[in-house]
Design a protein around this ligand. Structure first.
Ligand SMILES: Nc1ncnc2c1ncn2[C@@H]1O[C@H](COP(=O)(O)OP(=O)(O)OP(=O)(O)O)[C@@H](O)[C@H]1O
Ligand SMILES: [Mg+2]
Length: 266
């Protein structure tokens, strides 16, 4: 694992209306490594990923892709950056009216590849990488959740990206299908040297794939470290998260909200 950052965010701030989501978040994503981003639901993990591909712009702070600063990059230049980043969305987001083959071919056609033989060859290569070549003529509606994730992953890597962002790749899958996805993440990082950023709630998957981990809470990184450092930390917020406990603030919030609802009853 190299320590050169392939992507980085520096002092990132983002609010939606009155909701302050990212509060000065700084993180490095080392080249060729798998970084797992953990954190409670709603803490801004998907928002962070969207900043990394320029789908969201920060209120303040910087987003870097290698030597290029992308937070202030004009939309037309962002196309070149996005071509090098595969994004596996939280909902697999396949096109329901397109076959598996056409779903995977879509980014190639978008980027102007017209040679049908080359398209076929690249589609089949990534489908075989995710073990789904037999499904090439099926429609997304005929596939299970785990199969859909694998097709979405094939589509995310068909342009041979340098970086892949995975948003909850194993959520909602049974342990066997989740393990297939974990192995694919490891294989892609290994064989293609891809820099991987994996957002997940799934602690089994997190510890299985991570070279390094970060826990987000309240818009900042609570801890960055190796899986071993996470296992051994005495940081109470990390401990609570790993044990699946609800924090005292969270409980107080729920109680306040409950009282408020109670007060409103006729
Ligand atoms: N485009 C948007 N407009 C307004 N609010 C948004 C927008 N995108 C995200 N948010 C809010 O920002 C907060 C963080 O959202 P985000 O989707 O990043 O959470 P998350 O950490 O990915 O959660 P989960 O684990 O449930 O996927 C949430 O409160 C969400 O409602
Ligand atoms: Mg999310």
């Amino acid at each position: 694992m190299s320590e050169i950052a392939d992507m980085r965010v520096v002092n990132l701030w983002k609010r939606f209306g009155r909701l302050e989501v990212l509060k000065g978040l700084s993180l490095d994503f080392p080249k060729g490594a798998i970084t797992v981003v953990l954190g409670p639901s709603g803490c801004g993990k998907s928002v962070l990923l969207k900043h990394l591909v320029g789908l969201l712009r920060p209120d303040r702070g910087e987003v870097w892709f290698g030597p290029a600063r992308i937070d202030s990059m004009p939309e037309r230049e962002l196309g070149i950056v996005r071509r090098q980043i595969g994004f596996l969305f939280q909902q697999s987001a396949l096109f329901d009216s397109l076959s598996v083959r056409e779903n995977v071919a879509f980014p190639l056609r978008e980027h102007g590849l017209e040679d049908e033989a080359r398209i076929e060859e690249r589609v089949m290569r990534v489908l075989s990488l995710v073990g789904m070549e037999e499904s090439r003529d099926q429609m997304p509606s005929e596939l299970s959740g785990g199969q859909r994730k694998r097709i979405a992953l094939a589509r995310a890597i068909v342009l041979e990206p340098r970086v892949v962002l995975y948003d909850e790749p194993t959520t909602g899958l049974d342990p066997i299908r989740a393990e297939i996805i974990n192995e694919l993440i490891l294989k892609l990082a290994d064989t293609m040297g891809i820099t991987s950023i994996v957002v997940t709630h799934d602690l089994v998957s997190a510890f299985r794939v991570a070279d390094s981990m970060v826990l987000l809470n309240e818009g900042q990184a609570v801890l960055t470290g190796t899986p071993e450092e996470f296992r051994q930390t005495t940081n109470p917020v990390v401990g609570q998260f790993l044990r699946g406990e609800v924090s005292q603030e969270e409980l107080a919030k729920i109680r306040r909200h409950g009282d408020h609802l109670w007060a409103q009853r006729p």
